[in-house]
Write a protein that binds this ligand. Sequence first.
Ligand code: MG
Length: 200
Amino acid sequence: MKIICIGRNYTEHAAEMKAEVPEKPVFFLKPETALHKGYEYLMPEFTQDLHYEAELVFRISKPGKSIEERFAMGYVDAFTVGLDLTARDLQAECKKKGLPWEIAKAFDFSAIVGEWLNISEFDIEQDFHLNVNNQIRQKGKAKNMLFTLPQIVSYVSKFITLKIGDMIFTGTPEGVGKINGGDVLEGFYGKKSVFKHVFR
Ligand code: MG
């Protein structure tokens, strides 16, 4: 299983990162060891600036290579909201030097994935949001993504074969921020809570 993450897929997030809006989807990978399980999250010591990025996440249900956009939704069986956790200080160093991002993005437990929902419940108009200590910090909907899920599945699968159980994080809306010890982060799809974690 692998985790594919799309970067800069919402205009306002690209702006807050002072990054250009891409012409093609930008993606990077996290390994299986990036998955976090359990309620408590122990923050890594190698970063002083761990950021949340709330994102819609989709699960691949059959193998595919060079999938055409019109068939893409047939390869997805579930979705949820997750966190693409990012060591923003390490990422800034990598960006400055033009180096790959893995230490900032692919470290152990850098991916939080909520409870899976059946893809039949997916609605591009439905809001998802992230609460930090019961305050809304990020809110988005699939309709505002620069690249749609079928475009993403088609593009990524030209380069990398998708396999059963692979996950695609589809980018974060604006409002990313730092996580502090003691924070409780809760993700919602519509009114449904799909994950809740306390950070230590
Ligand atoms: Mg992200």
